[in-house]
Ligand binder design. Structure first.
Ligand SMILES: Cc1cc2nc3c(=O)[nH]c(=O)nc-3n(C[C@H](O)[C@H](O)[C@H](O)COP(=O)(O)OP(=O)(O)OC[C@H]3O[C@@H](n4cnc5c(N)ncnc54)[C@H](O)[C@@H]3O)c2cc1C
Length: 247
C-alpha cells in the first residue's frame, strides 16, 4: 500500500488546469485536477515539468497552496527572466494540461497534533505553503495560536491579502513592506531583522514551532535570527525557494 502511494507521488502525470486566477500583477493561482491524487499534507510541494517542441525539459517545484482535502492549487510568481514561471503565469489557461508529480516533502509539513504556538514567516511567494497550513489549521478546528509575519515589497505584492485579513480575528498577521509603503502605513517598512522578530515572534520560552519560507537569503537570515534568539533549531522548519531575495 505504502509502495503504491510512493509510486504515485514519483510518477509524472497529466493534470488538467481548472482555473487560473490573478492574485497580484505577477502572481497567479492555478487550480488543477490531478486524476491520481493521493492527498497531501499542508506544506508539501509538487514538481512541474515543461517540455518544448524540441524535447527540452525544464522542471521546477511549486508548493501546494490549498489545504489537505481541498482541490490542488498552486500559486506562482512570475520571475521576469525565468524559464518556467512566465509560462505558468502568462500562457497557461483553463483546459490546458500540465505534467506534474507529487505530493513531495515530509519535513516542511504541519499537522494539527504538532505542538505550538505557531510562528509563520513568509518572504514574497513563500506565503504559499504557509497559506496551506493556515487553511488546514482552520479547517481542522485547531486552536493553536498562530502569528504570521509576511514580508512583501509593496502592498500590491501581498498575495491572498483579502483572505489573510479575513482571518485576522483568528490569526495575528503582521506585514512588513520593504520597498514602498502606502500613505499612512503604520506597519513595518524594512526587511525582517532581529529587532522585528523580538517584537513579533513568540518568546522562545513558549517553545514555538516556526515555519520560514521564501527566497533563500530571506530564509537564511530569518531562521538564523530565530535560533540566535533562543528558538530550538529542530523546531525552526525552513523551505528555500531559490533566488537572491528582494522580499
Ligand atoms: C520546494 C520549493 C517550492 C517552491 N514553491 C514555489 C511557489 O509556491 N511559488 C513560486 O512562485 N515559486 C516557488 N518555488 C520557486 C520555483 O521552483 C522556481 O524556482 C521559480 O518559479 C523560478 O523559476 P523560473 O524557471 O521562472 O526561473 P529560473 O529560470 O530558474 O531563474 C531565473 C532567474 O531568477 C532567479 N530566481 C529563481 N528562483 C527565484 C525566486 N524564487 N525568487 C527570485 N528569483 C529567483 C534565478 O536565480 C535566476 O537568476 C519553489 C521552489 C522550491 C525549491
Amino acid at each position: 500500500m505504502a509502495g503504491t502511494a510512493l509510486r504515485g507521488r514519483l510518477t509524472w502525470q497529466l493534470a488538467k488546469v481548472v482555473a487560473v486566477t490573478a492574485e497580484t500583477a505577477s502572481v497567479r493561482t492555478i487550480a488543477v485536477d490531478v486524476p491520481e491524487w493521493p492527498g497531501h499534507q499542508a506544506g508539501q510541494h509538487v514538481d512541474i515539468r515543461l517540455t518544448d517542441e524540441d524535447g527540452y525539459m525544464a522542471e521546477r517545484s511549486y508548493s501546494i497552496a490549498s489545504a489537505p482535502g481541498e482541490p490542488v492549487a498552486l500559486t506562482v510568481e512570475r520571475i521576469d527572466d525565468g524559464e518556467v514561471s512566465p509560462y505558468l503565469t502568462d500562457e497557461l489557461r483553463a483546459g490546458d494540461s500540465l505534467e506534474l508529480r507529487g505530493p513531495i516533502g515530509g519535513y516542511f509539513v504541519w499537522e494539527p497534533e504538532d505542538a505550538g504556538p505557531l510562528l509563520l514567516l513568509a518572504g514574497g511567494s513563500g506565503i504559499v505553503p504557509l497559506r496551506s497550513i493556515l487553511r488546514h489549521r482552520e479547517r481542522s478546528g485547531s486552536s493553536v495560536p498562530v502569528r504570521l509575519l509576511y514580508s512583501a515589497r509593496t502592498l500590491d505584492d501581498v498575495i491572498y491579502q483579502g483572505e489573510l485579513d479575513n482571518r485576522a480575528a483568528r490569526v495575528e498577521v503582521v506585514y512588513t513592506l520593504t520597498r514602498h509603503q502606502p500613505p499612512g502605513w503604520s506597519g513595518y517598512a524594512r526587511r525582517v531583522d532581529p529587532a522585528m522578530l523580538a517584537e513579533v515572534a513568540w518568546p522562545a520560552r513558549m517553545t514555538p514551532l516556526a515555519y520560514v519560507c521564501g527566497p533563500t537569503s530571506f530564509v537564511e537570515a530569518a531562521s538564523q535570527a530565530l535560533v540566535r534568539s533562543g528558538y530550538q533549531p529542530g523546531l525552526v522548519k525552513t523551505e528555500r525557494f531559490g533566488g537572491t531575495g528582494g522580499s
